[in-house]
Design a protein around this ligand. Sequence first.
Ligand SMILES: [Zn+2]
Length: 253
Amino acid sequence: MSGVIFLGSGGGRMVVLNQLRHSGGFWLKLSNVNILQDPGPGCLVMAHKRMLKPSSLDAIVLSHRHIDHSNDINVMIETMTGGGFQRRGRVIVPGDCLNDDPVVLKYVRPFTEIIEIKEGMKLSIRDVNISFPIRTVHPVETYGIIYEFNSIRLGYIPDTEYFPELAQAFAGVDFLIINVVRMITDKRIRHLNIGQAGDLIGSIKPKMAILTHFGLQVLKASPEHQAKLISERTGVSVIAANDGMSVSFEEKC
Ligand SMILES: [Zn+2]
């Protein structure tokens, strides 16, 4: 049984700093491999609230270092490794999470295996293949991700400005999780707007797309309504994430 549970569905400063939606990222269970993606503020609390066992994590992955994606990384490394007493798991992060002004503290690094993401990198955790097909356009080093398990491909388009190569990088995915912070683009902060997310979903044509990481503009415009509009426009099944929502990847294929 493979699926995702959203420990948060908020993004952007106003929503995350005021916790209008939670911001703990999402937990993937793929062929019995447990992966935590982008543990933002509150991840530890939300994981326990959802009765998930951080000690069962096989990996923690950061798409990038911004605080709404990385705030709980160190405490999640501690809990994955029994307070550092059981060296296990992997932490897979961009280089700028490790070097100057690191978000992964040095003292927790010996507790686990640290892997630095490079564009095009591929690795496996048991039956799950993970690849990083493209570096996105965002103010810090940020990577898109494809998880492959049981012949299913799940893509994650994290924070990024729109650029045409994105659609090609995620071609052929069955499921797509996509961060949509804005209704209208603000060039300074380099995020997809809802129209661009819809265009990407229309050209990638997954079996199902899940919108998440909503900023205030999207929350005000109703993520569910926006998902419905994209669905009507593209013919793809599109849903909006909610805090605590889980989606099975098996039954949709
Ligand atoms: Zn960001």
